[in-house]
Design a protein around this ligand. Sequence first.
Ligand SMILES: [Zn+2]
Ligand SMILES: [Zn+2]
Length: 260
Amino acid sequence: MDATLPAFRHQKFVTHPAIQLTYAILLSKQFIKCFQLIKQKKMSAADIIVGITSGIFITDLCSGIFHIITDITSDDKDKEKSIAGNHHVDTLNYNDMKLSDMIFAGTATSIVNLAPLQLLNDTKIKSTKLDVIILTGYLLSTAVMWSHTQSHKRNHFDADDIHPFVAWLQDKHLLLHPSEHRPHHSNNHNSDFGLLNNWSAPLLNVFSRKFVKAMPLTKEEEWLRTKYCTDRKDKMKQTSSSSQKSPSSSFWKKMTSACC
Ligand SMILES: [Zn+2]
Ligand SMILES: [Zn+2]
């Protein structure tokens, strides 16, 4: 696989030390605030559970809104014009994006995504649940792009490329499951935009199916749907029928259902 990958259009901006320092300060401040609220017994277990669950949903919702914006402002014919090097055109290369780039993109976008909630909570609402939601959002935003690539890896690459624990998290729908993300690439890109785990789909799909313009599949997406997945199914058949049992053969079998 080619290691020279399409760079983020705004890579210099998101990796700028001032942006990352701002993120570190906001995260530390929120972490200390939550820690003190727990210590002072002002935050209950219910606050934490509700806050984390809502935080996961809001992080996915933000990733979905961000994804809609990147898709409708990108140009499938010119990947340089897209924010993420055009994932629809370069689906396979996108999977090789550097982990640090994926994390930095998440930290930078979380500053913007969570700013309204942070401001509202600091000045008006002052809710302990919202404090947990914001902290969860800051932490999980770093995993959004990685979760998306893990979903594609399970669909398009070898079993060794994905850790069984990650596959387990996907099966529990805590991370983006391939079957949850596939409709985005095979149904003309106007549904299923959530990138963390697609929990936001029931809400976001109502909006996106109505207002986001359907875009035809790219050549690479067509190819992935047909040849690549057919080849992989053949490979899996060979692996499972082999007398020398592969340690991951059961995993391969499980992954068959995840293919296109
Ligand atoms: Zn898309
Ligand atoms: Zn995708």
